[in-house]
Design a protein around this ligand. Sequence first.
Ligand code: DCP
Ligand code: MG
Length: 402
Amino acid sequence: MQQPDRWIAHLDMDAFYASVELLRYPQLRGEAVVIGGRRADAPRQLQDGSWRYARLRDYTGRGVVTTSTYAARDLGVFSAMGLMKAALRAPDAILLPADFDSYRKYSRLFKAAVAEVAPVIEDRGIDEIYIDLTDVPGVRDAVGHDPLGGVKAVAREIKNSVGRATGLSCSIGITPNKLLSKIASELDKPDGISVLTLDDIPPRIWPLAVRKINGIGPKAGEKLVRLGIETVGDIAAASPAWLVEQFGDSYGHWLHNAAHGRDSRPVVTHSEPVSISRETTFERDLHAVHDRALLGQIMDELCESLARDLARKRYAGKTVGIKLRFEGFVTVTRDQTLKAAVASAADIRHAVGLCLKRVKFDKRLRLMGVRIGNLVHAGEAQATAPARERADEPERENLSLF
Ligand code: DCP
Ligand code: MG
């Protein structure tokens, strides 16, 4: 077997919030437990040392299930279900309130434990991460006759490290890319390890429902099913031209590639900036009308610098904002949220034009800045929801004051 170029892991904690609660109440292990109650639902220890728990059947209100143990899932109780509906299915299930501080603490602990084995980690939220294992020593080694022995050993080591640090279990998918690993980590949940190579795509990935692909949401999923496309294999068998016809150029091609398990997005390790901005203070105060050409040129340059920053950091952003400081130190900001993330100087400049239209220019300007927020990874903007339409915006011409 040929080793793939990269080995990427996706790790997702098992029944995360519920499992953290079971560390505190180990006597509930194996029981149907639901997280989602109110503070008043917290267990109480009685004088004789025994515990009293709130039960789903006693719940009234509009709360929803945050998560549930696997024993509760066996009874049909899942995340996002109304608690009263859940009570019909599992009246005896124990209800516990959520304690976000301890989930955050265990989140930090499990990520630190993984970092001891494999440091190249992309944080994807409270209970999941991607890990690039490509350069972990031994990952490409065969063990006996198993060419995947090395990668499986690294997976076990990561799980052991997480278990030792937290007492919690997780599931890991390891494949040549993030798209496949995200799917693979669910294949053998809980407490599972799934290693897939590209050869496993037809037997393991193609039978799955289209919604198993991260990036096929409810809308695209429904449309695919309406078109008679139910499995990932059905997408793979469809012609790219037909997919493009149905879903547009960008998303159509993305669907085709995703169904064939192609994804080159890197594991991004650094922490995420909230926004990126550029600003400049003028040598002399400038007049919106008399210095219009110069102001326009400065704004063009700011947008170009910002676009270069975005390209270097591989981001796109959905919200573009301006900052203007007038003489007398009056600062004005405006922003414009677009329907799709943008990254080019021209797209940023266009959004800036929309912001500028909403400013009254009755004083001289001393500073101008442009900011882009609501950031997404450039690769991901493509991989998840490609832009097909723009925000409800007027035509591009004659927008800017300068
Ligand atoms: N969560 C939430 N609301 C949801 C889904 C999840 O608040 N609709 C929280 C509770 C989960 C945590 O996020 O414990 C992680 O979500 P997962 O989807 O990974 O679910 P679990 O970790 O609970 O279960 P699994 O074993 O399926 O990963
Ligand atoms: Mg989870």
